[in-house]
Write a new protein. Structure first.
Length: 451
RNA sequence: GGCCCUAUCGUCUAGUGGCCUAGGACACGGGGUUUUCAGCCCUGUAACCUGGGUUCGAAUCCCAGUGGGGUCACCA
């Protein structure tokens, strides 16, 4: 049996990053395309950086995107495994104890001291570090880059494997787990590429079948051209959801940042992506995160939804006083016009506002004539008869009788009713606004523009 | 700075020596539908980083340069 098993291995230091979501998506598709297993592994080996609740938050987010895992592990519950592995490496002469003070690269700047002072001291306690050999070439075939990548070990430093607090570093824990969990493909961020020779050595010394390894491109900020960062860019998947991006749109957008099929197809649901996934489709150069394209995907998926579904998703973005019945009328009017769910308010919020919350806008010199004629006509419609056909009929007659220019007439009406230049078709929105509120808004507009 | 990855329209990309006068999508421009804005339809502008090779032939192969990105912790 050589089933495909992939893993997504975040550390619990906060919310799920958009780049991590993409890594998870690819790892998921890679496994599921071959009917394999997708494993979630929490890499919580740095107690200082751990943020409480992030494991749950990450799981929560993955579920929202339907990236369900088959197995779940937490590294801090597996410390014995790493300790044993480290001690075995020492016994085999591939690692050594070290009692030096921990150094901090950020304080010291670039460092050329690759070999640790304790490299050959044969100490019996302290941290355990990898005994990197000199002048050896280590290499592997990267399945993302589709090429052999190699290093001379003279450029590899004696990395720490087991810390003095008894916890492993990533270099040890990840390798031990990938072996123990029988991971078939390691798919991870590009930032891991430089430390791969360390892992290659550990894999070799520990023995067993080394997984295939692939390093994904970094997603670059469209503005800075640098790797997306928490400080500068909005990077958390949850942030996008909160803004009214749909999970399927975000997923579709992100799957095409760094991967493309032969036929260049762009629209994929998650199951379709899994089905069409091809490991040769990975891109080698770093893509930029351009929000315009995300917006297009989002608009596309919004338009594909039924009004009923959309209404449901819109709930968190809609004014509190908006009743179900009115919303049902409004949803089809905004469906073609919004890019994100949060656009609802700027586009249709006026429908639900009080008269004095709207600042009437006048657009043409004929304003007074337009609005008074409209008011007189609409007052004639009995509230019980207030409907699209009666409104359309009534206003149509006004335009015709007064020889108004249709577009001018409606622009003044629009400005008065909505306080905005852009709205859904006006007659349609007058229905949910209602007879009384419509008349009130028109009268207010007249009052404000009389003098 | 060392090491590593990388280079097709503004952006995401197709392209694996002749199907390329370089294709698609987003964005942008023009037109149509239209009470505004969208949406939809039609349509246009726009790219092979540079220099050397290899070859009858190069976006595709090789080398160099340049540009871009990453990384250099008892963090992941």
């Amino acid at each position: 049996m050589n089933s495909v098993r992939t893993r997504f291995a975040p550390s619990p230091t906060g919310f799920l990053h958009i780049g991590s979501l993409r890594t998870a998506l690819y790892a998921y598709a890679l496994a599921k395309h071959e009917k394999g297993d997708f494993i979630l592994r929490i890499e919580d080996t740095d107690q200082k950086r751990e943020v409480k609740g992030s494991t749950e938050a990450i799981q929560d987010t993955l579920k929202k995107f339907s990236l369900d895992w088959d197995e779940f592990y937490v590294q801090s519950e597996r410390l014995e495994l790493y300790k044993n592995a480290a001690e075995k490496l020492v016994k085999d002469g591939h690692a050594f104890y070290c009692d030096c003070k921990a150094r901090n690269a950020k304080e010291e700047g670039f460092s050329n001291t690759l070999r640790d002072p304790c490299h050959d001291k044969n100490l019996t306690s302290g941290a355990i570090k990898l005994k990197v050999p000199d002048g050896k070439t280590v290499s592997y075939h990267d399945f993302v880059h589709k090429k052999e990548i190699s290093w001379n070990t003279n450029t590899v430093y004696d990395a720490t494997l087991l810390k003095t607090d008894g916890f492993p570093t990533y270099h040890l824990a990840a390798v031990v787990d990938d072996l123990e969990m029988k991971i078939s493909h390691i798919l991870r961020g590009h930032d891991w590429l430089p430390s791969t020779p360390i892992h290659l050595l550990v894999f070799e010394y520990l023995g067993g079948k080394r997984p295939e390894i692939g390093h994904l491109t970094d997603i670059l900020s469209a503005e800075t051209g640098k790797k997306l960062s928490k400080r500068r860019d909005s990077v958390f998947a949850e942030e996008f959801l909160k803004q009214g991006y749909l999970p399927e749109a975000l997923l579709n957008f992100i799957m095409l940042l760094g991967w493309a099929p032969k036929d260049n197809r762009e629209l994929y649901t998650l199951p379709e992506f899994v089905e069409n996934f091809d490991i040769n489709g990975f891109q080698e150069a770093n893509p930029r995160f351009l929000q315009d394209k995300l917006d297009w995907f989002n608009g596309h998926y919004i338009r594909e939804m039924s009004d009923k579904e959309l209404l449901k998703l819109l709930k968190p973005f809609v004014p509190k006083n908006a009743g179900e019945e009115k919303l049902k009328e409004v949803v089809p009017l905004i469906k073609d016009r919004i890019k994100k769910l949060s656009d609802f308010d700027s586009l249709a919020g006026y429908i639900f506002k009080k008269t004095d919350e709207i600042k009437p806008l006048a657009f043409t010199p004929e304003y007074i004539a337009h609005i008074s004629a409209a008011t007189l006509a609409l007052i004639e419609i009995k509230p019980s008869n207030w409907s699209l056909p009666t409104i359309t009929q009534s206003l149509g007659t006004v335009v015709e009788k007064n020889n108004f220019k249709t577009s001018d007439f409606y622009m003044d009406l629009r400005g008065t009713i909505s306080g905005s230049k852009f709205t859904p078709p006006l007659n349609e929105t007058l229905v949910p606004i209602g007879s009384a509120a419509t008349i009130a808004r028109l009268e207010r507009g007249l009052g404000e523009n009389k003098k």
